[in-house]
Design a binder for this molecule. Structure first.
Ligand code: GTP
Ligand code: MG
Length: 244
């Protein structure tokens, strides 16, 4: 008997989806725990490597508006992962949304977390640069984490992020914010970040999926090109020819 297609678990009324993205260790799980004011909601990874390629979601009520739909945080596997490349991660996220969410689910947007304590910005180059829909970019919030009160030391790094790494995204309508670098409590600071996104109004799930699929598709093409090049190099070698 043919298998019945499973109904998506997340419906429009279940909540508003927010994707938490960023490099491994950027503080995605810690952000969720701080927002929910419960330290054990998501598992904080104290290891120096990231093992999980699982996509997890956490439903958190909005403390300022408990009668509103809750926020469904989707913690995506960290970029720069040991096991899967960044393109695959975007593909996994899009597949997860297609499987788990009804098509009319509202998306609050993407919070892209960046660890400001990291001295190098070249690792912060990320695939989200390839987002093309103005709607998706309007719902992208580039958020720095781990300020630890070191404002003077880290502010020049934030300036450099704005001027160089993130400049194009910011010019196209993305926003920037800081988590935990204000006089607010951690939870208040997290909700200040979340509310910046919610103010933009909802993003359609389909638009976000299309954008992520397009970037992930570029990874497929690059991978095919690379394997074709490798195959030709092997054949040339076999026949004693120079492939250059
Ligand atoms: N110094 C400092 N460390 C932090 C802060 N927030 C999180 N960390 C630490 O950063 C490490 C990674 O935190 P996580 O919240 O697990 O990061 P993640 O992005 O979920 O990591 P993966 O799920 O492995 O990709 C842990 O050791 C945390 O204790 C912060 O504000 N300051
Ligand atoms: Mg995590």
């Amino acid at each position: 008997m043919p298998k019945k297609a499973q109904k998506p678990r997340i419906k429009r009324e279940t909540g508003i989806l927010i994707l938490l993205m960023g490099h491994t260790g950027a503080g995605k799980s810690s952000f969720i725990n701080t927002a929910s004011n419960r330290p054990n909601t998501a598992l904080v990874n104290e290891s120096i490597t990231s093992e999980s390629v699982e996509i997890m979601h956490f439903t958190i009520p909005n403390p300022a508006n408990p009668s509103e739909r809750p926020i469904i945080f989707v913690e995506t596997p960290g970029f720069n992962h040991l096991k899967v490349d960044d393109y695959q991660i975007l593909r996994l996220v899009s597949e997860w949304m297609a499987k788990s969410c009804a098509p009319d689910v509202d998306v609050g947007g993407i919070i892209y977390l960046h660890d400001i304590s990291q001295p190098r910005t070249n690792k912060t180059k990320c695939l989200l640069d390839g987002l093309s829909s103005p709607e998706t970019i309007k719902h992208l919030l580039l958020t720095t984490t781990k300020w630890d009160g070191r404002l003077r030391e880290y502010e020049p790094r934030e300036k450099e992020l704005k001027r160089k790494t993130w400049q194009k995204l910011l010019d196209r309508g993305a926003q920037i914010s800081q988590f935990g670098n204000d006089r607010l409590t951690g939870t208040e600071s997290a909700w200040k970040v979340i509310n910046m996104l919610l103010k933009q109004g909802p993003l359609e799930l389909g638009i976000l999926q299309q954008d992520l699929d397009r970037i992930a598709g570029k990874g497929n093409q690059a991978h095919k090109k690379k394997s074709r090049k490798g195959l030709f190099a092997k054949l040339f070698k076999l026949f004693g020819l120079n492939s250059e």
